[in-house]
Design a protein. Structure first.
Length: 224
């Protein structure tokens, strides 16, 4: 609850700074720069995979705890898939949200027989409000930094087959809720309406993120 209050205070502070700045800002940018930004990107799953050890089963958590003669035969992690939307309140200030998904799949086998003894699947969904500060704003190139804060929901399913006890199967399921965030150190978009982008940062969306997006809806005229 305390962390939530801090996040809300941060957004209120940023909003107040924006409102004070917007009163003095030249509105002519509204004729040339888009207001809406939709974005799809792919990021590496390096950090989000660290949530795997936070799952707790109450008894045992991995196939190695059930079987002494096992090895991890396969682990597959799909890249983090990110959908984002932001609205441009000022020439330099954007506010919106991001939804991210990631999954990993593992398999354990017997050293001697290579029988599959266990399978584990992890799924993660992140939901984060976000702010962006664009410090280069041209018709074709935008450069920016930003921060996103929210929560991550994880779902893990572990299926074990104990061949020492007549092939008895055990299935464990668990749900994890934790904090999530993404700090974008620098990002660049290149294109007019449709654009490509790449970002460097740290967080649940990855150290490196790239993809494409669409910007639209310039103002027809300036409201005096």
């Amino acid at each position: 609850m305390r962390n939530l209050k801090r996040i809300l205070f941060l957004f209120l502070t940023i909003g107040l700074a924006f409102s004070l700045h917007a009163q003095k800002e030249d509105p002519s940018w509204k004729l040339t720069l888009p207001r809406h930004d939709l974005q799809f990107g792919i990021g590496d799953p390096a950090l989000i995979m660290n949530h795997d050890h936070k799952f707790s089963w109450g008894v045992n958590s991995t196939a190695d705890d059930w079987f002494n003669n096992t090895y991890n035969a396969l682990t597959i992690a799909i890249p983090t898939i990110n959908f984002e939307y932001r609205y441009r309140f000022a020439k330099w200030f954007w506010f919106g949200g991001a939804i991210s998904y990631n999954a990993s799949f593992s398999r354990w086998e017997d050293y001697d027989t290579h029988d599959v003894l266990a399978r584990t699947s992890n799924h993660y969904l992140s939901i984060m409000p976000s702010v962006r500060f664009s410090w280069l704003n041209t018709k074709y190139v935008t450069m920016y930094s930003g921060i996103s804060l929210g929560c991550i929901i994880g779902y893990k399913e572990n299926f074990n087959t104990d061949y020492e006890h007549n092939g008895r199967s055990k299935i464990f399921k668990n749900i994890l809720v934790d904090g999530a965030g993404q700090l974008t150190a620098v990002g660049i978009q290149v294109g007019k309406n449709w654009y490509g982008f790449t970002e460097l940062g740290i967080g649940c969306q990855g150290f490196i993120k790239a993809g494409f997006g669409y910007k639209f809806n310039k103002k027809a005229k300036i409201n005096e």
